[in-house]
Design a protein around this ligand. Sequence first.
Ligand SMILES: *Cc1c(COP(=O)(O)O)cnc(C)c1O
Length: 456
Amino acid sequence: MEPTHTSSPTQGAGPHDAIAQQRRLVTAIPGPRSVELMARKSAAVAAGVGTTMPVFAARAGGGIVVDVDGNHLIDLGSGIAVTTVGNAAPRVVDAVQRQVEAFTHTCFMVTPYAGYVEVCEALNRLTPGDHDKRSALFNSGAEAVENAVKVARAHTRRPAVVVFEHGYHGRTNLTMAMTAKSMPYKSGFGPFAAEVYRAPLSYPLRDGGLDGAAAARRAIEVVETQVGAGNLAAVVIEPVQGEGGFIVPAPGFLPAIAAWCREHGVVFVADEVQTGFARTGAMFACDHEQVVPDLVVTAKGIAGGLPLSAVTGRAEMMDAAHVGGLGGTYGGNPLACAAALAAIETIEAEGLVARAREVETLMKARLHALQAADPRVGDVRGRGAMLAVELVVAGTLEPDAALAKQVATAAHREGVIVLTCGTHGNVLRFLPPLSIGDDLLHDALDVLDAAFAATR
Ligand SMILES: *Cc1c(COP(=O)(O)O)cnc(C)c1O
């Protein structure tokens, strides 16, 4: 442990060139300044807004978050898969600074601006499929999911929406209905929106060997008997589930669901809010199986940390909603659009899709070694820089949430930001920014190995 740490940024310094890319603890975690801010948070912020770590951020860049006490923490969370291109990424900072001086807001629905159109052009180019597309921009993932449902209903003139077990789609009323897990997302917040139905997912660890095609038949059987294709506007699915546990469906599952949708005039919506923009080692997770969704919902990694989301899809579907039927005061805010264009440029210029695959190779090798040494690691899974371990009671499939919490807490104390997820809370998930170096990844994995060893 070194007593030195980066002091407050000097004026005019680059966005993160002063942040040493090294884990350094100069106080206990949390340090005294974070403890003091945490007390003020408790007195000022609604209790329902929780935090993973009781540590307040001061600066961030590369693979490091510097806290208000000067501790350098390794970032394996990217603010929940948002800062994929890095925190305060140089191109994003430049673009936002230029935009904030030009104008901050006009409302695209009042006097439009080019940045919004350029983001839509980029989304139409980058999302799966080369058909004619249109996009619309919003603020949050949940808002975009809601708008995808509006578009699907306007296009099909049918009411029902099918989602999947373990699915997560947000915290608004409709998206709470679409989200599977009660605590903490839904409990006590009903009644929820109607016409939302849940189908079984492909979950290889817990499916008893069901292959993708068979799992799809099982899901379709439920949909046909309990909803009926003629009532169904959309099937909404995360191609790799996020909050639900980083579940990668068996090969063939997604293509079979998409094919059934096409056959029955049901809009197939890929919720790529967490998986999009290079995260999984492809620009979009649907690309891994050449699945072409009718509508793609994006957010999180789209704009390097600024709030932006989008729905992109087939022109004839997107144009089904009447003029004035889609929009919002802030949707496609000019700062967020400038950031998105810079984030997309960063992904392309720095080869971040390939970098995500390198992260996968490095981390999976280490996580498989951990699994070989520790029978409580029931599964190692994920794609690209979206990886997870599911923890179980050794020799069983019984979820071990206590162990996940224990390991995460130990990692936090050692200066590694790691998140949990899963319906049973027994999954440790890893979402490093793609600006992180290999040395930081290895250091973080050493910390995790030690945390597991300490609980044996
Ligand atoms: C985070 C997330 C959402 C909700 O996004 P918000 O911006 O928090 O509203 C929706 N879908 C998926 C898959 C997500 O991971």
